[in-house]
Design a protein around this ligand. Structure first.
Ligand code: PLP
Ligand code: COI
Length: 341
């Protein structure tokens, strides 16, 4: 199979239309078989549930070309189960988890020519999503839904690759207590758009959201969970009911403990403690692990000892181990890597 002629090493995090996408429809209480199609356009009612009341959920994961030349996907079963949780919370039908994994694998295989080559620094981002497709005017769940998967080759999420980020403490909230912060609903991201646009306009890379109830605890950013490293080398990550349970973060906590012999803690992290950490990073599928050099709280700068030029040493070890597992240099825990071809 011949690869597409792209400048793989200079891709940004942007949509590129690829050859095939998977589409399945839910009607009369059942999902159809689904097909791979060339058609990238969606046609739905002007009154569709997704357009009126934002009934939509999505997922994000990646496919990689390993050093051995295989195309692999990282832990798609966890995305399947998180999407099922998201769907239940928004009163949507669950797309069966095994069929989700199958649809993701089939879509990647059908677009093998778009999977960036090993060593290019790029990856294939996979976006499964689902939305209410029939007309809804009273506030209620739709009766019909569409599940789709498309893929797009991407480079780093943050411009500048792995240069440490500067983030600000946001005055806006991302998620309410007992709300939808723990699921991957499009509405959470609509909520964050004003905050990210104004952060960028003021020269920040991202927002740190605090808990909406007390504004004393660290939650997450618009698209990634936080990791902190204490001065004595413990990996700490915030525990909260209103953040997205990142698959990258859960994987890194495992890697830290079982591959690197580190102590790990998932616990509430008070903003007041942030100044005492040695390193800080953001983690997620898109973000991978992006180091944070500075947090700005209304003019007060918290600068991590790891500095603004490179990743801190612990963050780097975590990054190398996780990407080593994804790229096939380091043996993965059982079940983490799904070989597509
Ligand atoms: N938090 C938010 C709000 C996200 O959008 C994402 C991205 O999916 C993450 C965290 C990281 O999650 P994951 O590691 O599963 O990609
Ligand atoms: C992901 O990492 O998959 C996400 O969905 C984050 C998004 C902000 C691109």
């Amino acid at each position: 199979m011949e690869k597409k002629n792209l400048d793989w090493s200079n891709l940004g995090f942007a949509y590129v239309k690829t050859d095939k996408r998977f589409v399945s429809n839910y009607k009369d209480g059942a999902w159809d078989e689904g097909v791979l199609t060339d058609d990238d356009q969606v046609t739905i009612s002007e009154c569709a549930g997704v357009l009126q009341y934002a009934q939509a959920v999505f997922e994000g994961m990646k496919a990689y070309t390993t050093e051995q030349g295989k195309i692999v996907i990282f832990r798609p079963d966890l995305n399947a189960s998180r999407m099922a949780d998201s769907a239940r919370r928004l009163e949507m039908p669950v797309y069966p988890e095994e069929k989700f994994v199958q649809a993701v694998e089939d879509t990647v295989r059908a677009n093998a020519a778009w999977v960036p080559p090993y060593g290019s620094g790029a990856t294939l981002y996979i976006r499964p999503y689902m939305f209410g497709s029939d007309a809804v005017i009273g506030v209620k769940p739709a009766d019909e839904y569409q599940f789709r998967v498309f893929v797009t080759p991407v480079g780093p999420y943050f411009k500048g690759g792995i240069k440490p980020l500067t983030i600000r403490v946001s005055d806006f909230d991302r998620a309410a207590p007992h709300g939808t912060g723990h699921i991957k609903a499009g509405l959470n991201y609509a909520m964050s758009l004003h905050a990210i646009v104004t952060a960028h306009a003021e020269g920040y890379d991202e927002n740190m959201y605090l808990d909406a109830a007390t504004r004393t605890k660290v939650e997450e950013t618009g698209g990634a969970n936080f990791l902190f490293v204490t001065k004595d080398g413990t990996l700490v990550t915030p525990k909260s009911e209103s953040i997205l349970p990142s698959i990258t973060r859960r994987s890194l906590m495992y890697v830290a403990e079982h591959y690197l012999g580190m102590k790990t803690e998932e616990r509430e992290v008070y903003f007041d403690e942030v100044q005492d950490f040695a390193e800080c990073g953001l983690c997620g599928t898109a973000a991978v692990i992006s180091p944070v050099g500075k947090v700005v709280d209304h003019g007060r700068e918290i600068c991590f000892p790891s500095g603004m030029t490179e990743m801190g040493p612990v963050t780097k070890k975590l990054y190398d181990t996780l990407t080593g597992i994804q790229m096939g240099h380091i043996e993965a825990p059982e079940g983490w890597i799904h070989v597509v071809e």
